[in-house]
Design a protein around this ligand. Sequence first.
Ligand SMILES: *Cc1c(COP(=O)(O)O)cnc(C)c1O
Length: 387
Amino acid sequence: MNHIMNTYGRPPLTLLRGKGSRVWDDQNNEYLDFVAGIAVNTLGHAHPRLVQTIAQQAATMLHCSNLYHIPKQIELAERLCQLSQLDRAFFCNSGAEANESALKLARKYFYDQGVNRFEVITATQSFHGRTMQTIAATGQDKVKVGFEPLPIGFKHIALNDIHALTQAIDKHTAAILLEPLQGEGGVNLATPAYLQAVRALCDQHGILLILDEVQTGMGRTGSMFAFEQANIQPDILTLAKGLGGGVPIGAMLAKKAVASALSPGTHGSTFGGNPLSCAAALTVLTVIEEEHLLENVCERGQQLRQGLEHLKARFDCIDEVRGQGLLLGLACNKPVAPLIECCRQHGLLVLPAGPNVLRFLPPLNINTSDINEAFLLLEKSLNEVTT
Ligand SMILES: *Cc1c(COP(=O)(O)O)cnc(C)c1O
């Protein structure tokens, strides 16, 4: 442990195994997992179909490099493009890398046209990753302190304020980068009306709309991608977290006319889209479909939301229930760290989204009784921390 760089303030908890929506620690204590590896374990833990796919693919071929064609990658690109109505996919290994790719693509797209547009507008409270470029894109100072000078070319505006966005656009604006539902930054929803207005502004000015669905993609909000619920289309879309169900993979999708700016040699990734991660992602998509998980997200999301509303009515410390599908936030009027700790001691894992918001991200296949059990544990914990 002394040899691990201290980048996470961890509680004294060591998880060793999981099954479905439950995990067990090194003392064999059981927990309900409403963190799901931060929206990564889409199908819960040890889903038999995913286990089988990974074992089979490992026995066939783990990796062979993007220097050659990869059938599973071709198939995954086709499926994701079909689902998103976009045309081309680039695969990488993480959310930050997917966003880096999107930012590079936006620049190259305008460079190729001989147009000096390089600036990207993002929202305050956004989160786009931990690389230099993506912390510059992120609308929160806490990720930037100590890392200056940061890459230039980013402006931040308040979410859902179309006037502020209109004001921020100038002749150097290349793209607007938004999360349709901010995860890490507090579970803040970009309203459909706002997203539609943003889309119209982008069209009007010839600016690219990049949606960061690293957390909201892959069914998390009840549709395969959150943008569907606003009835808009991005020019570029980024995915990661839940895409591989726990196997690291990121993706950037784009419209054909935009994607063509990346020609051979302009961008790449050694591991990106290797046979193992693409096989895993294909199985995640298949299981989402075959087990009707989008419906489950909508129904269980409703159940979770209603239960949280009931708790809100009973506990003064709760201000608001917000979010979509199975990305829900319980906004409190005080820090939630003690509540998270108390929940953990009672066997429920939840995470924060900023200091005052409790975030729930259970696997997409969570069932009714596990959610009911979570309510009991949460209620018990609320009672203890508020008295
Ligand atoms: C987690 C997250 C990222 C960063 O993903 P990594 O895989 O940690 O690099 C980017 N954007 C959003 C919206 C995220 O939730």
